[in-house]
Design a protein. Structure first.
Length: 401
């Protein structure tokens, strides 16, 4: 790491010279100073081997150097999360190329010309420039956690640290963790870094130590059980105090929820953001229609399908007058960590976002309970919406049948 930091001033000068360019490629792990506003935008090279032109030959071989692989450099243990006060949008782009005027290390004359290597990079301005960036190839060597988790892989990368990555992971999840950790006292895993590399999102975070609530509740005494439920209720109430104006993900993108997961084509259909509960309802109705290939809708009132569709659609449209609040979206016992002092840590924020106020209760009620009585426990920490939840649960059953 000391070798990399030796060339950081030269790299910064090159970045300043190319600040207005727009392209993406390879990234590396480096500790950047908090005040380096010129490095707030994404930084990319046209080819990964060009990195050695600016940082010298002590960096890994696959980046044009002759040094150690990234996973052998002890930089992870010194990284800290940095919070920046930026507008809520994604990072910009920048290009570095061999003909950029710069001082310091000269290009290596014998560096082989790479072919077909081009990497796309992005990050969240809300969270800030990622201070730890991993070599994707190194992840194959680390132990996998939760190997069956759909759309995501979780890898234990260091003592007390893991990375969640995959095509099913979004920066919105990292932004949700950032929002909760900075706006409430709700405990979440410590967010270390988040970025998108080659269309795959990586979220590096601390490991939440403790026992899953699903396990704890099977043997807890009544006093401990009530204390944990009380702490969980306080956490949910704090989340609900965060109000929204649109129904969307934290990164101003689409709504991620299983109710939108049914479609007939090869590619998934995205829904949202929605400017109101009414438009959100229309999104659910459109999701009902998108379960099947496009075809003429029945217009005969005597048709069973016409009547069924009409009732289902009007049922959804009848939902109105609800506040838009921040919602975890998957508060099942397996996503809550119990600690010995009865405090809780909430994990897995992949379905979080701004939703109608009843959504948290509905989502908790459609998960598979650890035992039948769990449904009776849910209303003790999430405000219940019995009628609305039953209504949406019926619509969801139609979606998933």
């Amino acid at each position: 790491m000391d070798d990399l930091m030796t060339y950081l001033p030269e790299l910064q000068q090159a970045l300043q010279d190319m600040y207005s360019k727009t392209d993406y490629t390879e990234m590396w792990g480096v500790d950047l100073a908090k005040g380096d506003q010129n490095l707030v935008e994404a930084i990319m090279l046209k080819e990964r081997h060009e990195l050695a032109m600016y940082l010298g030959d002590t960096i890994p071989i696959r980046y044009g150097g002759s040094g150690k692989p990234l996973h052998e450099i002890d930089y992870l243990s010194t990284q800290k999360n940095v919070d920046h006060d930026f507008p809520r949008d994604t990072g910009g782009t920048m290009t570095l190329s061999p003909d950029v005027p710069h001082s310091g290390a000269e290009p290596k004359p014998n560096t082989p010309e790479p072919k077909g290597i081009k990497t796309h990079f992005n990050y969240s301005k809300v969270i800030g420039f990622p201070r730890t960036i991993l070599d994707p190839k190194d992840l194959d060597d680390w132990p996998k956690l939760c190997p069956r988790k759909g759309g995501a892989r979780i890898v234990h990368i260091d003592s007390g640290m893991l990375v969640k990555y995959g095509h099913g992971v979004r920066l919105a999840e990292a932004e949700a963790m950032h929002l909760v950790s900075t706006s409430t006292t709700v405990a979440v895993p410590h967010l270390i870094s988040a970025y998108v590399l080659d269309d795959i999102c990586y979220i590096i975070m601390s490991i939440a130590e403790g026992e899953l609530l699903s396990s704890f509740l099977t043997h807890a005494n009544e006093k401990s059980r009530e204390k944990v439920i009380s702490n969980l209720r306080d956490a949910v109430n704090q989340l609900r105090e965060i109000k929204g104006t649109y129904i969307r993900g934290l990164d101003h993108t689409t709504c991620r929820d299983p109710i939108f997961n049914s479609w007939w084509g090869e590619k998934p259909i995205e829904y949202g953001p929605f400017e109101s509960e009414s438009s959100f309802n229309e999104g659910i109705i459109q999701a009902l229609r998108n379960r099947f290939p496009p075809k003429p809708r029945p217009v005969d009132p005597e048709s069973p399908r016409y009547v069924s569709e009409y009732i289902n659609h009007q049922t959804v449209r009848s939902l109105k007058g609800h506040q838009i609040v921040f919602t975890h979206g998957d508060l099942r016992p397996d996503n809550v960590i119990f600690k010995p002092d009865c405090s809780v840590v909430i994990i897995d924020w992949g379905l979080s976002g701004y939703r109608p106020e009843y959504w948290e209760y509905f989502r908790a009620m459609v998960t598979i309970p650890i035992k039948e009585s769990w449904d009776l426990v849910t209303e003790k920490y999430i405000p219940p919406y019995y009628i609305v939840a039953a209504t949406i649960k019926r619509i969801a059953a139609i979606m998933w049948e």
